[in-house]
Design a protein around this ligand. Structure first.
Ligand SMILES: [Zn+2]
Length: 295
């Protein structure tokens, strides 16, 4: 073997034995040996509204004036709203970020966007379930949803019939379970003309099989209901269990106190976990058709 070739081979062997590649080895090394510290500073807190009828007896429902006052109070605390897409893909700077989401697709979302969110430059992401869109008088018409999409609002899936998409359903009625995830995706995509790449578990209820199937269906993220932030440092996120907090009438004080405490701190002072039940989600007939099988 010629000397030069033997020398080259020896060099390659040294790199191979040390687990390094010959090209660009130096630049690839430091991150492997010294893990980058976790970035807790760049984060967003995701909020979830439901409807805007102005019924004071409903814990999840607010008038447009109340909504406007909430958004202005959050702004005066020092927070700004960023789009859900930016938060999910790590385009987050600093700790004073909120994300607005609205679940279910209630008809009052259209006036809430036009009269309250839009003038404040906030684009809430919508999580809808196709069984009621354009089907129930209490929910958005298909053209209204498309108008909101044209305004730049992102739309994700929230089940098909809004069932409890849990292991219990997986075992008792596999087709129904799959419809809540797979058919929900294609139906929302047909409604919006855009990819539905994020999912919100109906009632915030899920099991490991739900997460697995949501990923298998091609969703890139799923939103849960649990305390916590979404971080720019994706090592800190579970993509199929992104924390989200429901805005409740009786929880508003605790929520704003939590956000005020955590404006810029690195150690997050935790909120109480929310328990979430069917009666919270559909407290009145105006919010629910009462039919679990629309078609
Ligand atoms: Zn819901």
């Amino acid at each position: 073997m010629p000397r030069a070739r033997a020398f080259a081979l020896a060099i390659i062997l040294i790199f191979a034995l040390s687990g390094r590649s010959a090209g660009g080895a130096a630049s690839a090394l430091p991150s492997a040996e010294v893990p980058k510290p976790f970035d807790l500073a760049d984060r967003a807190f995701i909020l979830c509204w439901h409807s805007f009828l102005g019924k004071k007896e409903l814990n999840t429902d607010f008038s447009l004036d109340e909504l406007a006052a909430q958004l202005d109070a959050l702004k005066s605390l020092g927070y700004r709203f960023i789009d859900l897409e930016d938060a999910l893909f790590g385009r987050i700077e600093g700790s004073r970020n909120l994300v607005a989401t609205i679940d279910d697709g209630h008809r009052t979302i259209a006036p809430a966007y036009e009269r309250v969110f839009a003038s404040r430059g906030i684009r809430p992401a919508l999580l809808v379930y196709p069984a009621v869109i354009g089907e129930s008088p209490y929910f958005l018409k298909t053209e209204q949803l498309q108008g909101l999409v044209d305004s730049g609002l992102a739309v994700g899936s929230h089940g098909f019939y809004h069932l409890f998409v849990t292991e219990k359903l997986y075992k008792s009625d596999r087709p129904a379970f799959e419809k809540e995830i797979f058919k929900a995706k294609t139906s929302v995509e047909a409604l919006t003309g855009l990819p539905s790449y994020f999912y919100a578990y109906p009632f915030g209820a899920f099991d490991q099989i739900t997460k697995t199937e949501v990923e298998r269906a091609g969703y890139e993220f799923a939103l849960a209901v649990k305390p916590g932030f979404v971080y720019a440092d994706e090592r800190l996120n579970d993509r199929y269990e992104i924390p989200r907090t429901v805005v409740l009438r009786d929880g508003w004080g605790a929520l704003t106190a939590f956000l005020a405490r955590n404006l810029g701190t690195l150690s997050v002072v935790g909120p109480e976990p929310q328990t979430w039940t069917e009666s919270d989600e559909f407290p009145a007939p105006e919010l629910w058709t009462g039919e679990t099988k629309v078609r």
